[in-house]
Design a protein around this ligand. Structure first.
Ligand SMILES: Nc1ncnc2c1ncn2[C@@H]1O[C@H](COP(=O)(O)OP(=O)(O)O)[C@@H](O)[C@H]1O
Ligand SMILES: [Mg+2]
Length: 475
């Protein structure tokens, strides 16, 4: 290998070590580069952990391991080994594992972290006279970089821990999911359980029920190194969505004037929150599925395949199973994203949470709005409890915010909220016929346990007619 290309490999290792935070990834990737650069067949980084050795291997089979003989020799002498031919080496020629596997050349150097012997880097090959003195120098340089990276990794972990501690202390960015109802408790329990998994997760529930909040909660709880990146699949046109998610290479299409990372990459080692996944166009469903299956993406117009660990949390207020039956959502993708699933209840299904939610929101908004509102009068609270909340917690939030802003006294009165609740969005004073129709249909459906045939009978319309309405309202 030429001096120049060696320097290039070292520069590349150094660059990656600085850019990848996940330590295991760094080691594997750099090891792979070194094995390739020195034309070895296999390689390993062995770390002397407190509890036995941590090994990172490239090219070895599941059960295979580097020679113990070599490992012990490097660790006990803290000096490198460069063997041109194992069979001609007095000590190593006795080593069964080397002979059985037909190993002839070995190169191994000690690995130091802050001047302490931390392990070794090991390369081997069945070709004799493969490694030369220069290669030893190369591997030493590699070991130095790894040593510094190890030091940084420890330092980085310390910083992260400190950061988390400070954040907790400040209570800043604290994500609270308010609710005592069994339904919400169950949802939070599942969220805690699923936070540490990296498998895809599906959150279902009506709009405004807290799906995004729960996704953020999971991101906070799951010790992710990467960011939380939200994207609403229904918010932008399909062509744009593809380049948003997957990124593109310069020149891939008119307007692609520079390489661009997609959101999947932006959320590397973190969470990509795909809101309204039901709106994802079919061709993109195929691409997303491929990513979920092998963890690989290709930017548009790019040949390079990138391996990326990003957890996908998808959310929907639509009935995906039904969409699958109608051929609007791919069945394979549906199964893939719904391995883990949390269903969020509508606010109407957990009315017992309305009082604490209301109090929580009053506190929150009187602080942010600099008002001295301390609570709510009983009559006003009763009205909140009676109401149906088609917009769920988001709507309750809006109502409380307006009430806090417009409240004249310390306690919110019925008259402070009446106006906003009747109009939902605060624009119109009275409900439309369709609003009433929706409310009534919802009530009847609940009464008959969701049975659409029965509900249609009671409502005096055909089942198809009812289905049409439900679809239009997104029930
Ligand atoms: N259980 C809850 N406790 C506190 N705030 C909530 C809760 N559920 C929802 N919210 C708030 O209601 C609003 C709507 O929630 P969001 O997560 O955006 O709903 P969705 O994604 O289901 O449409 C957000 O401002 C969110 O913080
Ligand atoms: Mg939402």
């Amino acid at each position: 290998m030429s001096q120049n290309s060696k320097i290039q490999v070292l520069a590349e290792i150094s660059r990656r070590v600085n850019s990848i935070r996940s330590f295991r990834e760094v080691l594997m990737e750099s090891l792979r580069l070194s094995v390739e650069a020195l034309k070895a067949e296999r390689g390993a980084v062995i770390l002397r952990g407190e509890e036995g050795e941590a090994e990172y291997k490239v090219g070895f089979g599941e059960e295979e391991a580097p020679s113990l003989n070599v490992i012990n020799r490097v660790l006990s002498t803290a000096s490198p080994i460069l063997t041109h031919d194992v069979r001609a080496d007095g000590e190593l020629s006795e080593s069964k594992s080397l002979l059985v596997r037909g190993i002839r050349s070995i190169l191994a150097v000690p690995l130091f972290v802050r001047e302490n012997l931390a392990g070794l880097i090991y390369l081997e090959s069945g070709t004799k006279n493969l490694f030369v003195a220069e290669d030893l120098e190369f591997l030493r340089a590699f070991a130095n970089i790894i040593g510094v990276a190890l030091e940084n990794a420890e330092y980085f972990e310390d910083l992260e821990r400190e950061n988390r501690r400070l954040r907790d202390q400040l209570g800043e960015g604290d994500i609270k999911i308010i609710g005592r109802s069994p339904l919400i408790k169950r949802a939070v329990e599942l969220a805690d359980l699923y936070a540490s998994s990296r498998a895809p997760l599906l959150l279902t529930g009506p709009s405004g029920s807290g799906k995004e909040l729960l996704a953020r909660y999971i991101h906070r709880r799951g010790n992710y190194v990467g960011r939380f990146v939200p994207q609403n699949c229904g918010a932008i046109p399909p062509e744009l969505l593809e380049s948003e998610l997957f990124g593109y290479k310069k020149g891939a299409f008119t307007g692609a004037t520079a390489d661009k990372k997609g959101l999947i990459e932006e959320a590397k080692d973190g969470v990509l929150f795909l809101d309204e996944i039901g709106e994802l166009p079919l061709p993109l469903q195929v691409k997303l599925l491929r990513f979920l299956q092998d963890g690989e993406i290709r930017r548009i117009g790019d040949n390079r395949v990138r391996k990326i660990r990003t957890r996908v949390i998808a959310a929907t207020n639509r009935d995906l199973e039904k969409m699958v039956k109608e051929g609007k959502f791919r069945e394979d993708l549906y199964y893939r994203i719904s391995v883990l699933r949390i269903d969020l209840p509508s606010l109407a299904d957990r009315k017992e949470d309305i009082p604490i939610l209301t109090n929580y929101l009053i506190k929150k908004f009187s602080r942010s709005e600099n008002k001295k509102v301390r609570g709510i009068e009983r009559e006003a609270l009763d009205r909140l409890i009676e109401y149906d909340w088609p917009g769920n917690v988001r709507q309750l939030e809006n109502v409380i915010l307006r009430a806090v802003i417009s409240a004249s006294g310390e306690y919110i009165k019925a008259e402070d909220i009446r106006f906003f609740m009747e109009t939902g969005s605060g624009g119109r004073r009275l409900k439309t016929l369709e609003d009433l129709e929706k409310e009534y249909v919802r009530k009847v459906l609940k009464l008959v346990g969701g049975n659409k045939t029965k509900a249609a009978e009671i409502l005096g319309i055909t089942t198809r007619g009812l289905q049409y309405k439900l679809k239009r309202w997104g029930f």
